[in-house]
Design a protein around this ligand. Sequence first.
Ligand code: NAP
Length: 299
Amino acid sequence: VELFHTGIKRGSPEKIALITGATDGIGKAIAKTLADHGYRIILAARNAVKAEAVIAEITASNPATRLEPIVADLSSLPQVDRLTRAVLERYDRLDVLINNAGVVMPNRQVTTDGFETTFQVNYLSPFILTNSLLPLLRASGAGRIINLSSSVYSLGKFNPALVRDAGRYSAITTYATTKLYLLLFTKSLAERIGAKITANAMHPGIVRTNMSMNTEGFPAIFKIISALALPFAITPEKAAETALLLAASDSVRGISGEYFTNGKMVPTKTKFDTPGNRQLLWDLTMQTWQESRQVLPAN
Ligand SMILES: NC(=O)c1ccc[n+]([C@@H]2O[C@H](COP(=O)([O-])OP(=O)(O)OC[C@H]3O[C@@H](n4cnc5c(N)ncnc54)[C@H](OP(=O)(O)O)[C@@H]3O)[C@@H](O)[C@H]2O)c1
C-alpha cells in the first residue's frame, strides 16, 4: 500500500532516522509521524526522562516501532562527540538525519566550550554531528539531511569576525544568524557530498511550541513579535509534514541544497548567500571544530 505522498511501501526495508530535539515541539511531532511511517528512530535528547516519555507515547500507538534514546546536550562538544561515536558504533547506516534541536536565548550565555549557546546548539553542533555521520548517511545509499532553519534567516548577519560569537547580544539577531548559518551550511554541504546524499533546509512555519510561546526574560520587542504571530501559528503536527516530505517522499529524490516551507521548495533571498561567504563560513567552522577537538577530553 502506497502511503500518503511519501512513496514508502509497507514491507520495504526499515529506514533509520536520527532526530535531535525530539523530546518536544516540532521534533516530537516529526518522531511521531516518522514512526507512523515505519521508521526506526534514534532520539538524540538532552533530557533522558523526556526522551523515555516520548518513547512510551509513540510505542503506545505504534508498538512495533524501534526507538532508541541517546542522551546528549548539544551545548557540550564532548557530548556531541559521545553522541556521534555511539551512533557510529551501533548503526551501520543512517537514512535520515534531522537537525531539529534549537534554542533562542534571552541573554548571552557562554557554554563550557566557550561559545555563545545559540551559536553552538543551533549551528556548530549540527555542523559537527552532520559531518561526523556522513559515512553512515553514505552507507544508506540515499541519505537525507534535513536542517530546521527558519524564515528569520533573512534577518541574520554574516560577519566572519563574529562567527563564534554574535558580539553585542541581541536574541533575535543571534538566533536569526544561526539560522542563516544553517542555511549556508546546507547549501555548502549539498555542493560537497555528491549525488547520493541530499541536504535541504526547511522553515516549519510559525509553530505553537515552547520556543514560540515561552517568552519569559526576553526583551519587550521579542514578546510583541511573538504575541502578534501566535494567532497565526500552526500545530507541530502540521509543521512536521514538510519534514516528512523531505525525509520520505519520492518527489524530492535527488533534490539538494534547497529550502522548503509548507511542503514546497521556495527560493531564498539574502545578500549574505554568496559562494565566497559559504566557503568562508565552512572553513571557519571546520577550523573551529578542529581547534575544539584538540582540547576535548579523551572519553
Ligand atoms: N516554533 C517555531 O515557530 C519555529 C519557527 C521556525 C523555526 N523553528 C525551529 O524548529 C526547531 C524546533 O523548534 P520548536 O519550536 O519545536 O522548539 P521547542 O519546542 O523548544 O523544542 C526544542 C527541542 O530542542 C531540544 N533542545 C534544546 N536545546 C538543546 C540542547 N542544548 N541539546 C539538545 N537538545 C536541545 C529541546 O529539548 P528539551 O525537550 O530538553 O527542552 C526540544 O526537544 C528549532 O530549530 C527552531 O529554531 C521553530
